[in-house]
Design a protein around this ligand. Structure first.
Ligand code: C2E
Ligand code: CA
Ligand code: CA
Length: 449
């Protein structure tokens, strides 16, 4: 009797230590143990195996909208379905929330692992019945093969996970094989993402300003604020590299707010020095613009800084405003009512039609640099800039040409009645102090004589 008691106790103990309470699936420890064995095995037999990371798409949303008990039941139902698709010799483990890892201890070729991934994706096409809810969900899968994609369980799981994230980025409901380029990118990205999280508190950002020349008056009419990030080890990182990461991670909200506050404070300083009509342009990214609190945030910032809202120019790209038209029009109208000035950035690269431009309450169009680049030599680009300028003028909008680098470009755009230019010819983006000469002197005049 003593021994059966002990056996039972041992079983209970094993159950607790090696199995997930919610799904009854083996836990990570047991999984890693089996994976280690499989790695040893393929090494001896010169065979191969695969590790899959499978993550439910939008699981957080299900949890948030339907509640955790439903989320838990979904996890259970998913586990059951996974086991149905897989062989007994395979191992599935839940690693967190809606995330699973799967061990295929033996695959003869890459396609075998791909086939399993496809079978898993297909298995998600039928709804999961939970209480009265028919829940549809898909999943994203990353595959790492061993020994090729890693010789230890840690590396394999990490690499399958990186591949899974690529699946998510590329549209979800799909699988992705690991490759060395994923390794490099995801590592670099991870480093950037982590340091981006700390960049604010470490005060690694600053704003540069690029002055704009008014071709009608020969004056510096304003400047565009452009963010700069100086990483303590990696040096200067261009905004094109970190703004997309900030957008994806949501860090764009605190960063964007900091940009706006800093630019408004600077504008206030210029006001106090007597340059009241000087305008400051601030870029708003798509995610920032579509954020519910944006209008309040802008309003608060203007009020706190005490600047005249009409000297604040908000730049939105064409693709940002062409998304969710109704919501966009409303947001633009609210910003406009507040008195802010609105510009469409990178104009000509998206799909705006004249009709939409008419309905949006905007003030300025910025012709994208790609047209300005060849405006002197390319007849098509010349026709395009000409058309944009005359169309904008008929709608009573001002036109800024971006990325003007040569005197020839300036002259040509001027002959087309372009209102304002911005570009290296006039000035590169410069630190705050270097803007003072543009405010004080007539540097701008010499460009229009
Ligand atoms: P953008 O808004 O189109 O800004 C203009 C970019 O063109 C700037 O690059 C500027 O330095 C560069 N540029 C200006 N004139 C010339 C020229 O004559 N020749 C050439 N080759 N380049 C010129 P930058 O500062 O690297 O910024 C790149 C992009 O990053 C910006 O494009 C904008 O989309 C984004 N960005 C920069 N600062 C911010 C910010 O504070 N918030 C947000 N959301 N995005 C920002
Ligand atoms: Ca811009
Ligand atoms: Ca631009």
């Amino acid at each position: 009797a003593d021994t059966t008691e002990r056996t039972k106790e041992k079983e209970r103990f094993n159950q607790l230590v090696y199995y997930d309470a919610l799904t009854n699936l083996p836990n990570r420890e047991l999984f890693v143990d089996r994976l280690d064995q499989a790695i040893q095995h393929v090494r001896r037999k010169k065979e191969s195996g695969a590790v899959l990371v499978l993550d439910l798409d939008h699981f957080k949303r299900i949890n948030d909208t339907l509640g955790h008990p439903i989320g838990d039941q979904l996890i259970k139902a998913v586990s059951v379905r996974l086991l149905k698709v897989l062989f007994d010799s395979d191992t599935v483990t839940r690693i967190s929330g809606g995330s699973f890892i799967i061990l295929l201890p033996r695959v003869a070729k890459t396609e075998d692992a791909e086939n399993v991934a496809n079978k898993l994706l297909t298995a998600f096409k039928a709804p999961f019945l939970i209480n009265e809810h028919e829940l549809f969900t898909s999943c994203s899968i990353g595959i790492a093969l061993f020994p090729g994609d890693g010789e230890t369980s840690d590396i394999l799981i990490k690499n399958a996970d990186a591949a899974m994230h690529i699946s998510k980025e590329r549209g979800k409901d799909r699988f992705q094989l690991f490759s060395s380029s994923i390794a490099n990118n995801s590592f670099e990205r991870l480093v950037l993402e982590n340091s981006l999280r700390r960049a604010m508190e470490r005060k690694e950002f600053c704003l540069y300003y690029q002055p704009q020349l008014d071709l009608r008056t020969g004056k510096t009419i304003g400047a565009e604020a452009l963010i700069r990030w100086r990483h303590p080890d990696l040096g200067f990182i261009p905004p094109m590299e970190f703004i997309p990461i900030a957008e994806e991670t949501g860090l764009i909200h605190p960063i964007g707010e900091w940009v706006l506050q800093t630019a408004c404070k600077q504008k206030k300083i210029w006001d106090e020095q007597g340059f009241n009509s000087f305008r400051v342009s601030v870029n708003l990214s798509a995610r920032q613009f579509h954020y519910a609190n944006l209008v309040d945030m802008v309003g608060d910032t203007i009020r706190k800084s005490g600047i005249d809202p009409k000297c604040l120019d908000l730049e939105l790209t064409e693709s940002t405003i062409m998304d969710r038209l109704e919501e966009t029009t409303l947001t633009l109208r609210r910003l406009k009512n507040m008195g802010a000035h609105i510009s469409i950035d990178d104009f000509g690269t998206g799909y705006s039609s004249l009709m939409y431009l008419k309905t949006f309450p905007i003030d300025t169009i910025k012709i994208d640099k790609s047209f300005v680049d060849h405006v002197v030599t390319d007849a098509d680009d010349q026709a395009i800039t000409h058309a944009i300028i005359s169309m904008a003028h008929s709608l009573k909008l001002d036109v800024v040409a971006e990325g003007v680098e040569t005197r020839e470009q300036l002259d040509l755009l001027r002959s087309q009645n372009c209102d304002i230019i911005q570009g290296y010819l006039f000035s590169k983006p410069v630190p705050t102090d270097n803007i003072t000469p543009f405010l004080l002197s007539d540097i701008a005049k010499k460009f229009i004589s």
